[in-house]
Design a protein around this ligand. Structure first.
Ligand SMILES: Cc1ncc(COP(=O)(O)O)c(C=O)c1O
Length: 377
């Protein structure tokens, strides 16, 4: 079946009790048991919930994965995935992941003896030297947040697998509509469903999708043991969101390309970061592994003062953290999403004080461009 058919139907069977076409919000903490040791397959709502199960089937199918697990946030999904490693194991972490992912390694996992090295996963040739005998995982985000660096997923997966390590890919920016990492050899896909999968800026959630049964069993066990599950209401919202994922992503992509082209020509913009531009250093890799470029665009204004003027002057674009909703959001990575990344590391990556990030929404693109034009002016 095609992507949209899967998005609308996978996990979305009519409700067995009433025939309701939309999966109901099973707002319950427990289930009546038929007798001691006999139940309908549902025991306690941390362990299983029908609304969450429907969503888990749905997104797993979209990612081409056998197993899927929905979490209370993207960070909860990432944290649970990282419980596949133990103290003494080593992880290679991409140097431009979401700030919260870096913080999880730097401030929390390091306390439990998990070793990690921060590496440039876009430079596959240089990556080889960082593998150690205890390297268990490579954690990649592509395109990265906010400088849109693209990693060759097939090449990194091949390298990691040859050294006995697995690859995790944060696929939040592309969504499975534009990029299906498992098809490129990646072992585990993580998402912040808060972004494009839900798409309407009204739910925080996360997801893990994978094929390996043993790893899936462990993730399920940790999900139940630690309990950072997605609520029934949020599961319903994300399930509703994925039904329109294809049409939304097409619209984000169309607007994203036009906004990037506009910014590239603007005299007050020093540099534009968008994998769809032929000037992007990994444009060819992006074309190879993505079927679109999406709505995330960052640009350099030259200084904090200039960035502040733009951010204070926009009227239609909303100044705020997060991304992937239907409305255009604009943000300042250095002080907002990436404040947890040390200043020196930020500078190396190009996350300067003058960098502005836009999550291009699906409003009429002329209105978005007019707003950016007046703000830059
Ligand atoms: C790429 C990426 N991964 C993970 C996260 C964390 O997700 P959440 O905020 O849902 O915990 C974010 C949040 O902005 C993100 O942008």
């Amino acid at each position: 079946m095609g992507f949209s058919t899967t998005a609308i139907h996978a996990g979305n069977e009519p409700d067995p009790t009433t025939g309701a076409v939309s999966v109901p919000i099973y707002q319950t903490s427990t289930y009546a048991q038929e007798g001691l040791g006999r139940n309908k397959g549902w025991e306690y709502a941390r362990t299983q919930n029908p609304t969450r199960s429907a969503l888990e089937k749905n997104i797993a199918a979209l990612e081409g994965a056998k197993f899927g697990f929905a979490f209370a946030s993207g960070m909860a999904a990432i944290d649970t995935t990282l419980k596949l490693v133990k103290g003494g194991d080593h992880v290679l972490l991409g140097n431009n992941t979401y700030g919260g992912t870096f913080r999880l390694f730097n401030r929390i996992l390091s306390n439990y003896g998990v070793e990690f090295d921060v590496v440039d996963t876009t430079d596959v040739l240089s990556l080889e030297q960082y593998f150690k005998p205890n390297t268990k995982l490579v954690f990649v985000e592509t395109p990265t947040n906010p400088v849109m660096a693209v990693t060759d997923l097939a090449a990194v997966s091949e390298l990691a697998h040859a050294r006995g390590a697995k690859v995790v890919c944060d696929n939040t920016f592309m969504s499975p509509y534009f990029q299906r990492p498992i098809e490129h050899g990646v072992d585990i896909v993580v998402h912040s469903t808060t972004k494009y999968l839900n798409g309407h800026s009204d739910s925080v959630g996360g997801f893990v999708a994978l094929n390996n049964e043993e790893d899936a069993e462990w993730i399920k066990f940790v999900q139940n043991s630690v309990g950072a599950i997605l609520s029934p209401m949020d599961s319903f919202l994300v399930l509703r969101g994925t039904k329109t994922l294809a049409v939304r992503m097409e619209a984000h992509d169309k607007n994203g390309r036009q906004v990037a082209a506009f910014l590239q020509e603007h005299p007050k913009v020093e540099k534009v970061y968008y994998p769809g531009l032929t000037s992007h250093p990994q444009h060819e890799i992006a074309k190879k592994q993505q079927t679109g470029f999406g709505g995330m665009v960052s640009f350099e204004t030259g200084s904090l003062e200039n960035a502040r003027k733009v951010l204070d002057s926009v009227k239609l674009c909303t100044l705020g953290e997060s991304l992937g909703g239907v409305e255009t959001l604009i943000s300042h990575p250095a002080s907002m999403t990436h404040a947890a990344v040390p200043e020196e590391a930020r500078a190396k990556l190009g996350i300067t004080d003058g960098l502005v990030r836009i999550s291009v929404g699906i409003e009429d693109v002329e209105d978005i461009i007019a707003d950016l034009d007046q703000a830059l002016g």
